[in-house]
Design a protein around this ligand. Structure first.
Ligand code: ZN
Length: 622
């Protein structure tokens, strides 16, 4: 079993991820988030909101997941959002043609369908499933099509990205921000891509969650007002140059921007922000790097583009975030298709005096010539460019009618006017996050198999044997067996007796789907009642609590280790004597005794205030 399989086994068993439609045999490219997975994912999204909406002030909007055709004509998705598809003539299986060719040559991703077909024929590549002959490759559009309205209706598509919503709403957003650059808006939601052959679990899904930010900036000023916040932060950059040598470089954000490795401050800031977010939700810093797109993989209009990549056991380095300077490409495309100017009027710091060429229609001559239309002709003349006016024969359009105007009825003059601003089409900086991939990365990087005895020794637990015993708390075993009979004995051998390793999810407290487990030693009322009171107090603090009274204490600890619960609180008979409970730390397996009174504050501080565990109570098993 590789790590991916192990993580998935745990994810399924513990309610993080399930195959969708399992009851009916499933369907590739879809996953259900179970109770714990759903909570973990929401918490990751919530932290993303804290970063982008609360801290950065980029407000969240919510657009339909179905879009009309015009939007995707403008965005280029109707014309060019495709992958090369290749089918087996014998078994009918579908493959990405570029993936088939990848094994025999580099840069397969840059070849056209025709070129791929050539390579497949030349190299005699056959179906990986059955060895059959393959069809010619062709471009397959990845958008899911649908019909809007009854009958023949109107062509619609499930959105392939959330970004278009921010572009389509650009004018409204600009008004909302009082036409002041820079401004940004975000969207978190589902997007859809009809992937040809999704074989990588949650890495490649047909329905997935994106969190995207579109940051509109003045193209002439890509400095960032808060640049100093991350200026000295060191990043692992796999720049274009570094990719030539195969060795990523470490560099501060300031150094990278100053030396031109990263194109400008706004990009540098957003790369550092991404780094901060990813490590906060639990991506291991040692398995995180930022890779710059090579010239031939970058879109022609983009200035610079970086992917956050994480190292995974099975798939190697996987892209989880893209951060790009997309220039004015998207706004210009929507302006063209919608026939609406999309710009922001930017005022100068100081008004400028500008000398310009002005036209002065001679009303004395225009009146007799055009009679009732003279005023309209004069207005139309004022709209013409200098070039059009300098022709001998000038043509104006009035009420759809083209009228010739001879140049001798127009006088020209130069005048100096005060100009206080100009229209600017903003550039777009886009950080685009794949939430499902981040979710998987968080799971894989949190996953650990630990040798219990070794860990107990590291944590200084009182002797390996004792440590295990202490985990069950003294006298607990006997009492449990007495109460539960043979069931408990079976639990014991499965849960503790033969156990040498434990599975642990080292989730950070900020994303863990359960933050505190409350465990009454026995299901008896005298222990269950105070345990339930503790649960109520913790929930009042908004903590995510799991009340768990089934199985031995040892098994319950293991179960909570597997779902990544940072702290467990055990109520035992000593609790009834002295009003204290045991708090166990997941990672060190150390236990302390702390009073029930105020326990909710202690746990809140441990979880959110970084309080030192050993300071929170009296050492118990170390
Ligand atoms: Zn085949």
């Amino acid at each position: 079993m590789d790590k991916y399989e192990k993580v998935f086994e745990l994810a399924k068993r513990r309610g993080f991820l399930w195959n969708s439609f399992e009851l009916y045999g499933g369907s590739r490219g879809f996953y259900d988030y179970g109770p714990l997975g759903s909570t973990l994912k929401r918490r990751i999204e919530q932290i993303w909101r804290e970063f982008y909406v609360i801290q950065e002030g980029h407000m969240e909007i919510e657009c339909p997941t179905i879009g009309i055709e015009d939007v995707f004509v403008a965005s280029g998705h109707v014309g060019g959002f495709s992958d090369p598809l290749c089918e087996c003539k014998k078994c009918g299986e579908a493959f990405r043609a570029d993936h088939l060719v990848e094994n025999v040559m580099d840069a397969a991703g840059t070849l056209s369908a025709e070129q791929l077909t050539e390579v497949i024929k030349e190299k005699g590549i056959t179906c990986p499933e059955c060895g059959g002959e393959l069809n010619d490759a062709y471009e397959f559009n990845l958008m899911f099509k649908t019909t809007i309205g009854p009958g023949t209706g109107r062509q619609g598509y499930l959105r392939p990205e959330t970004a278009q919503g921010m572009f389509v709403d650009f004018q409204r957003l600009s008004r909302f921000y009082r036409d002041k650059l820079p401004f940004g808006a975000v969207q978190i939601g589902k997007s859809y891509r009809n992937e040809i052959a999704p074989r990588q679990g949650v890495i490649r899904l047909r329905e997935f969650t994106q969190a995207e930010c579109e940051l509109f900036v003045d193209p002439r000023n890509k400095k960032h007002s808060n640049f100093e916040r991350f200026a000295e932060k060191e990043l692992v950059l796999y720049s274009q140059a570094a990719q030539q040598t195969g060795e990523p470089i470490r560099m501060t954000v300031r150094e990278a921007v100053e030396t031109g490795v990263i194109a400008h401050e706004v990009l540098g800031y957003n790369i550092a922000l991404t780094n901060e977010f990813l490590t906060k939700v639990g991506i291991e810093p040692a398995k995180l790097r930022f890779r710059q797109h090579l010239k031939d993989e970058m879109a022609h209009y983009a200035i610079d583009c970086w992917d956050a990549e994480i190292e995974t056991d099975r798939f190697g380095w996987v892209e989880i975030v893209g951060i790009a300077d997309r220039t004015d490409y998207d706004l210009k495309a929507h302006a063209r298709v919608s026939k609406t100017d999309l710009y922001v009027y930017v005022e100068y710091d100081e008004p400028k005096m500008v000398t310009r060429f002005v036209v002065k229609p001679n009303m004395g001559k225009l009146g007799p010539l055009f009679k009732g239309k003279a005023k309209a002709v004069a207005d139309a003349l004022k709209q013409l460019s200098e070039e059009e006016l300098s022709k001998d024969q000038i043509t104006v359009t009035v009420d759809g009618e083209e009228l010739p105007v001879s140049s001798d009825v127009v006088d020209f003059a130069e005048e100096t006017v005060k100009v206080s601003g100009e229209n600017v089409i903003p550039h777009v900086i886009e950080p685009s996050y794949g939430i499902d991939r981040i979710f998987y990365g968080t799971m894989e990087h949190a996953f650990d198999e630990e040798n219990v005895a070794k860990k107990a020794a590291e944590s200084g637990l009182k002797g390996a044997e004792e440590a295990e015993g202490a985990e069950k708390t003294e006298g607990a075993e006997k009492a449990e067996k007495a109460e539960k009979g043979p069931e408990a004995t079976k639990d014991e051998t499965e849960g503790e007796g033969e156990e040498e390793t434990r599975l642990v999810m080292h989730f950070s407290s900020s994303v863990a789907p359960v933050q505190v487990a409350v465990l009454p030693l026995l299901t008896r009322k005298e222990l269950a009642d105070p345990a339930k009171e503790i649960v109520a107090k913790l929930r009042e603090k908004n903590l995510l609590v799991n009340y768990d009274d089934s199985g031995t204490i040892g098994r319950r600890y293991r179960r909570n280790d597997e779902i990544g619960t940072p702290y467990s609180v055990t109520v035992d008979y000593d609790t009834l004597q002295d009003g204290t409970v045991t708090i166990r730390d997941r990672d060190s397996m150390r236990q302390i005794r702390a009073p029930i009174s105020g326990i909710e504050n202690v746990l809140y501080e441990l979880i959110y205030r970084g309080r030192n565990f050993e300071s929170a109570g009296k050492p118990f098993n170390f």
